[in-house]
Write a protein that binds this ligand. Sequence first.
Ligand code: HEC
Ligand code: HEC
Length: 215
Amino acid sequence: MNVARWTFAGLFLALSVSIQAADPNAIYAKGGTNPAAMACATCHGAEGEGLAAAGFPRLAGLSADYMKKQLMDFASGQRANPIMQPIAAALSPEEVDAVTTMLASKPGPKVERISRAAVAEEVGAVIALRGAWERNIPECVACHGPSGVGVGKAFPPLVGQSAQYLSSQLIAWQQGTRKNDPNDLMGHIARSLTHDEIKAVSEYFANLTETGAGR
Ligand code: HEC
Ligand code: HEC
């Protein structure tokens, strides 16, 4: 009798633990097992669309590997952020896997595709499509893809993020609070951009979506 009871209790425990670890929607909407892993939806929006006005980035449709790397970088401080650091540190590896896989499967934004050969007159478009090679600044689309839609696991989308979020990241690289990029690729580029160029190129990418995340 006792044995049966304990076996049942053990099974129940194992079952509830595995359900918790495997339920990305619960983590996203209600938070992780550790109370410090606050519900993602509060800031990143019900569908992972982000909250442009507050500078909270879109997560829907980003690569799972990219998001996993960011969560590790927040936890380690390579990407210093007082809001995300404690949240990332409180998520278990299983929770990180589950929630990033779920978010990656959500649709990204509708994007206007702009050819790399398109005419570029305004500062933002020039930096995005041509760069400023005399100052060693490559065009952003060379790594981030046409219209900044992102390429593979390493190069995140720029389109779909708000101008406020994009410029805050470029400024973080200039100031050295974000230093998680391989070979200082982005650090070097951000430090070479002027304040006006950061504003213009961020608005350029933010305005390529139908909803104009950055407007
Ligand atoms: C209290 C608000 C808040 C909550 C809750 C929150 N985040 Fe964030 N998140 C942010 C902010 C702000 C940033 C941008 C940080 C920066 O500027 O570096 C961010 C950035 C991120 C990024 C990096 C995105 C990119 O494009 O590089 C990921 C991934 C992320 N959060 C995942 C999560 C997950 C998963 C959860 C839930 C477990 C979560 N966040 C909960 C506010 C929040
Ligand atoms: C040589 C390749 C390369 C070029 C060119 C490049 N980037 Fe990046 N960028 C990266 C990589 C790699 C990352 C991701 C770093 C990491 O792992 O966090 C990144 C990340 C970013 C992010 C952060 C996105 C997020 O979701 O947090 C922004 C903003 C950004 N780049 C803007 C730009 C702009 C603007 C340009 C053009 C002036 C540009 N990049 C050109 C490689 C590049």
